[in-house]
Structures are given as structure tokens and as C-alpha cells.
Ligand binder design. Structure first.
Ligand code: CO8
Length: 265
């Protein structure tokens, strides 16, 4: 895929948006390549993904302003839908996706990061929704995901002012989970991904579904029902049987404790 690289290390996959000459800005072709990369992931063998940008300056500096500059109303709506459809696919991707933010995450860059399960940032990361300064609204989910992540008041201030924020502020307001030096970014994200990949894959997937689907429900009772169903489903898995048997063996005889190599079934 032209603008995207994909590598696999054990059960962890790394998808790298690779258009550094334009700070990894998202044009239609890049969006198509990201979509193809996600669709090519073997979600049985790979249990967690890291999404990052090529180079040490930019994660993604937004949607491609050159491509957007001459769009008609209908074309603008279609371009927004193309991004939104892809970012929904990422948000609902069956295995977790961690954004490793290695620099600018502006506009569509912040929006693709927010469609991931959580975000780890390098110290040089810069976040923002510059759209109102360009005469548009955030169009790849920014008005929706930013408000849900950091609360409507903080999201409105960031979006209306089009002000960029640095990594420390992003950490303080809950946009990212952790900030690390640039050289530690990928190793940190991959280490977290490997920890996730070591846990029971069906349980991890069901946790992702339970949190995502539960948040769409209007009442806690409806959300709890989502959790109950996914919790119940785990009891059909071999991994639940082995995971719990391992704990019980350990109670009988601590020497019987072993690392559970979950089988994803
Ligand atoms: N689109 C296209 N090209 C870009 C973009 C971009 N978003 N960002 C950077 N580039 C290009 C530059 O044009 C430049 O190319 P060239 O070398 O050919 O001139 C190259 O990348 C390097 O950039 P700079 O020389 O500008 O690098 P600086 O270090 O001086 O500045 C910045 C870095 C501050 C990140 C600066 O490039 C910048 O402000 N970029 C634009 C950031 C931005 O406004 N992003 C938001 C775009 S809007 C958006 O994402 C909306 C999403 C929803 C769309 C919905 C559709 C309807």
C-alpha cells in the first residue's frame, strides 16, 4: 500500500501512515490505503494494533487542505463521509488500536487518533482542531469524539478558538493517557500492545465492544444489558476455562502456576 506501511511483531501489528513530505496529511488516496491496511489485518493472529505516522515531526497534520480547497458542498459532504466511515471502522475494529502520536495531530489527525481506543503521545506532540480558522467544521468526527472524550465545555473551547495544545495539556485534559520522550514512543506503545495481546483475546474484544456499545445507550440499565451478554459469551470460550483453571490450580499448589498462552478460542 503506497501511503501506509504495515509490520507485525508477534501478536502486535503496527500501521504507519507514510506521507512525510506532506506531514502525513490525509488525502483520498491515503484514506483508501489506511482502509486497505486495516482490512488486511489478520485479526486472529494479531491481537492489538498500534497506529502511528512516519517521521519524527508529524503523526497526521490533518486532512489534505489542497484536496479540500475546491470541493463543492456535495463533494465536501462525501469527503467527510469517507473519513467518518473509515474512522468508525477503526473505532469498531475488533481488536484494540493504540494511537502512538509522534508529532502534529491536527484536524483529521486528532480525529483519527480519537477513533483509536486510546492515545500515547511523544513530548513533541501538538494537538488541535484548526478547522474554524480554515472556514470549516471538524468533519471527520471531531465535534463528536472530542466532546465525548474531554467533555463539551473543553471541546468547544478548543474547536471555537482553533488553538493548538501541547502534549502536557493534552495529558491534563484526558485527551492522551501518557506522554513519553519521542524515542520511547513506539517501544512504549508496542509494550502496552503486547500486554494486551497476552490477555484472553475474546475477553479483550468483548471488553471493547461492551465499552463502545454501552456508551451508545441512553440508560445504565440498557448499557448493563450489553455487558451481561458479552460477559456471558466469554463462558463459551476455551480461554475462560483455561484462565480460571490456571488460577484454581495455583490455589492447590503454587508450583502449578503457569503463564496462560491464550488460544483465541
Ligand atoms: N494538507 C496538505 N498539506 C499539508 C498539510 C495539510 N493538512 N499539512 C502540512 N502540509 C504540507 C505543507 O503544505 C508542506 O508541503 P510543501 O513542502 O509542498 O509546501 C509540508 O506539508 C510541510 O509543511 P510546512 O512547511 O507547513 O511545515 P511547518 O513545520 O512549517 O508547519 C504545520 C507544520 C504547523 C503542521 C503546518 O504544516 C500546518 O499548519 N498544516 C496544516 C494543519 C491543519 O490546519 N490541519 C487541519 C486541516 S483541516 C482538517 O483536517 C479537517 C478534517 C475534516 C475534513 C472533513 C472534510 C469535509
Amino acid at each position: 500500500m503506497g501511503f501506509v506501511d504495515y509490520t507485525v511483531d508477534g501478536a502486535v501489528g503496527v500501521i504507519t501512515i507514510n506521507r512525510p513530505q506532506a506531514l502525513n496529511a490525509l488525502n483520498s488516496e491515503v484514506l483508501d490505503d489506511i482502509k486497505a491496511a486495516f482490512e488486511a489485518v489478520d485479526t486472529q493472529a494479531v491481537r492489538c494494533l498500534v497506529l502511528t505516522g512516519a517521521g519524527d515531526k508529524s503523526f497526521v497534520a490533518g486532512a489534505d487542505i489542497g484536496e479540500m480547497s475546491s470541493l463543492s458542498k456535495a463533494e465536501g459532504e462525501a469527503f467527510g463521509k469517507k473519513g467518518n466511515d473509515l474512522f468508525l471502522e477503526i473505532e469498531n475494529f475488533p481488536i484494540p488500536v493504540i494511537a502512538a502520536i509522534n508529532g502534529f495531530a491536527l484536524g483529521g489527525g486528532n480525529e483519527i487518533a480519537m477513533s483509536c481506543d486510546f492515545r500515547i503521545a511523544a513530548e513533541n506532540a501538538v494537538f488541535g482542531q484548526p478547522e474554524t480558522g480554515l472556514g470549516i467544521t471538524p468533519g471527520f468526527g471531531g465535534t463528536q469524539r472530542l466532546a465525548r472524550l474531554i467533555g463539551p465545555g473543553m471541546a468547544k473551547q478548543i474547536i471555537y478558538t482553533a488553538r493548538n495544545i501541547k502534549a502536557d495539556e493534552a495529558l491534563r485534559i484526558g485527551l492522551v493517557n501518557q506522554v513519553v520522550p519521542q524515542e520511547e514512543l513506539l517501544p512504549t506503545a508496542k509494550k502496552i500492545a503486547a500486554t494486551i495481546a497476552g490477555n484472553a483475546p475474546i475477553a479483550v474484544r468483548n471488553c471493547k465492544k461492551a465499552i463502545n456499545e454501552g456508551l451508545t445507550k441512553a440508560t445504565m440499565a440498557e448499557a448493563a444489558a450489553v455487558e451481561e451478554k458479552l460477559f456471558g459469551d466469554c463462558f463459551e470460550s476455551e480461554d475462560q476455562k483455561e484462565g480460571m483453571a490456571n488460577f484454581l490450580r495455583k490455589k492447590d499448589d503454587p508450583k502449578k502456576v503457569k503463564h496462560v498462552a491464550f488460544q483465541n478460542r
